[in-house]
Design a protein around this ligand. Structure first.
Ligand code: UDX
Length: 442
C-alpha cells in the first residue's frame, strides 16, 4: 500500500519505518525542513535501538523516503497517517493545533478517496473534529480511522512489529477492511471498535498503567514503614493472572512523554463533562510525591543538604532513551540545587538533553559513573541503565567521601550491598544503614 505519515516524531517515524519494513511504500513528511534534510542524510533525530539500520535498509530498497511537503505524497497515497504531537496546554488539555492544521493541509491536497488514520493521542471526539475540518474543505470522499499507538520508547520498533493488539476505531466498513489488511502481518489480535471507544482505549490504558505504578509505589512506602519488601510483594501479587506481574516495579515514579501528559489530559477530558476523576488525580499526586522520597532519604542520612556533594547516576526517564521529558531527575536535581547541594551527574546519553533544561553553577557534568562518585557524600541512582547495574560498588565506594547509596530503582541486591560498607536506601525495601555521618567539609 502507499502511505504518507505526517509528523516524524517518535510515533510517526517508527510507524513509517515499520510499515516500510512490511513492504509498503511510505513517505514520512515533516514541515521542519531541517529535520527532513537530516533524515535524508541518514541522521535520525531520535535515539531508538534498531531504527537507524531499518531506515537505511528501507530507503536503500526504495520503500521509504522523506519530504517537507505533503501535497505530492498525499496525492499518491491511499492511507494518510496523522502522527503529529498533541502537547499539553497549561491546563493539561491536549493542544490540537497541529492536528487541526494537518487535517486542513490533507484536505487541500486530496485528489480522490483517502483513508485518514490518526495515530496521535487525541481526546475523545477529535477524529470527528478532523472529519469536520476535512469535509469543509474538500468534496473528495474520505474516511477517518483511529488507530492508537501503544509503543514504548526504547523498544519502539519491537513493540510496533509485535503489538499486543491493534485497535481500529472506524465507522466505515471499507476503511476497516483496508486498515485491517495493513495491520494483518503484525498480529491476529485486531479489535474493531467505534471511533470514540478507540480514542478512549489509549487514554484508559495509559491511565491504568500509571495507576499500577502509583499503587505499587504507595505499597512500597508502607512496606518501608512495616518492614516488608515491595519487590517480594510485587512478585507474589503478579502471579495472580487478574493482576499480572508487569508495571509493578516500585521506584521514583513514572515520567516520559506519555503518562504525565495523558493522565493530565484524561483528567481534563473527564472535567469537561463535569466528571471528577478522583482516582487518577490521586495517581498523579502520588507520582509527584514519589520523586521527592529521594530527597527525604538523603536528608534522613545526611541531615541538611547544604554544601553536601550528591552524585546522580541517570537522568533519562527510563533506560535506553535520551528522553528527559518529565523525568523525575529534573525535579530531584532542581530540589538539590535549591537545598544548596553540589551535584555531580552522569547519564550515558541523556546529558545533552538534560543540559538544555537544567543549568546551574552547582552542577558538575561527568563522563562516567566513577567520576560522579568521586568526593560524594551520597550517590543516587535515578535511571536503571545497565552501565549502573554493572558498577563495581567497592570501587565506587572507595572514591566517595562517605558511602551512602540511594537506589531509586531497586537495582542492587542485599547480597551486593553486604559486600560493601554502603549505607543503602532503596524503595520499599529494608534500608541497610550504618550510622556514622561525616561532617560537612568545605
Ligand atoms: C508508555 C506506555 O507504556 C506506552 O504503551 C505508550 O504508548 C506511551 O507511554 P513509555 O513512556 O515509552 O511508554 O515508557 P514505559 O516503559 O511505559 O515507562 C513509563 C515510565 O514508568 C518510566 O518512567 C518508567 O520508569 C516507569 N515505570 C514503568 C515504573 O516506575 N514502574 C514500572 O513497573 C514500569
Amino acid at each position: 500500500m502507499k502511505i504518507t505519515v505526517i509528523g516524524t516524531g517518535y510515533v510517526g517515524l517508527v510507524s513509517g519505518v515499520c510499515f516500510a519494513e512490511l513492504g509498503n511504500e511510505v513517505v514520512c513528511v515533516d514541515k521542519i525542513k531541517a529535520k527532513i534534510d537530516s533524515l535524508n542524510r541518514g541522521e535520525v533525530p531520535i535515539y531508538e535501538p534498531g531504527i537507524e539500520e531499518l531506515i537505511e535498509k528501507n530507503t536503500k530498497e526504495g520503500r521509504l523516503s522523506f519530504s517537507d511537503n505533503l501535497t505530492e505524497p498525499v496525492e499518491n497515497s491511499e492511507i494518510i497517517i496523522i502522527a503529529v504531537g498533541t502537547p499539553p496546554l497549561p491546563n493539561g488539555e491536549a493542544d490540537l493545533q497541529y492536528v487541526d492544521q494537518v487535517a486542513r493541509d490533507i484536505a487541500l491536497a486530496m485528489n480522490g478517496y483517502k483513508i485518514v488514520m490518526t495515530k496521535s493521542t487525541v481526546p475523545v471526539g477529535t477524529n470527528e473534529r478532523i472529519k469536520g475540518i476535512i469535509s469543509e474543505l474538500t468534496a473528495h470522499p474520505f474516511d477517518v480511522v483511529s488507530v492508537p499507538e501503544f509503543l514504548r520508547e526504547g523498544s519502539a520498533i519491537k513493540d510496533t512489529l509485535n503489538p499486543d493488539r491493534i485497535i481500529i476505531g472506524s465507522d466505515s466498513p471499507k476503511a476497516q477492511e483496508q486498515i485491517t489488511r495493513l495491520h494483518q502481518p503484525l498480529t491476529d489480535n485486531i479489535i474493531i471498535t467505534d471511533i470514540r471507544s478507540a480514542e478512549m482505549i489509549k487514554y484508559a490504558s495509559n491511565a491504568f498503567l500509571a495507576t499500577k505504578i502509583s499503587f505499587i509505589n504507595e505499597i512500597a512506602n508502607i512496606c518501608e514503614k512495616v518492614g516488608a519488601d515491595v519487590t517480594k510483594v510485587a512478585v507474589g501479587m503478579g502471579y495472580d493472572k487478574r493482576i499480572g506481574s508487569s508495571f509493578l516495579q516500585a521506584g521514583i515514579g513514572y515520567g516520559g512523554s506519555c503518562f504525565p501528559k495523558d493522565t493530565g489530559a484524561l483528567i481534563q477530558i473527564a472535567g469537561n463533562v463535569n466528571y471528577e476523576f478522583k482516582l487518577l488525580k490521586a495517581v498523579v499526586d502520588v507520582n509527584t510525591d514519589q520523586r521527592f522520597n529521594v530527597i527525604a532519604k538523603l536528608k534522613e542520612s545526611l541531615g541538611d543538604l547544604k554544601d553536601r556533594t550528591i552524585g546522580i547516576w541517570g537522568l533519562a526517564f527510563k533506560p535506553n532513551t535520551d528522553d528527559i521529558r518529565d523525568a523525575p531527575a529534573i525535579d530531584i536535581v532542581e530540589a538539590l540545587v535549591a537545598a544548596g547541594a553540589r551535584i555531580r551527574v552522569y547519564d550515558p546519553i541523556a546529558m545533552p538533553n538534560f543540559k538544555r533544561v537544567v543549568q546551574h553553577a552547582s552542577i558538575e557534568w561527568c563522563d562516567e559513573p566513577y567520576e560522579v562518585a568521586t568526593g560524594c557524600d551520597a550517590v543516587c541512582l535515578l535511571t536503571e541503565w545497565d552501565e549502573f547495574k554493572n558498577v563495581d560498588l567497592i570501587q565506587a565506594e572507595a572514591l566517595m567521601k562517605q558511602p551512602i547509596l540511594i537506589d531509586g530503582r531497586n537495582v542492587f541486591s542485599k547480597e551486593q550491598i553486604e559486600k560493601t560498607n554502603f549505607s543503602y536506601y532503596s524503595v520499599g525495601r529494608p534500608s541497610m544503614t550504618r550510622h556514622y555521618r561525616e561532617p560537612v567539609n568545605n
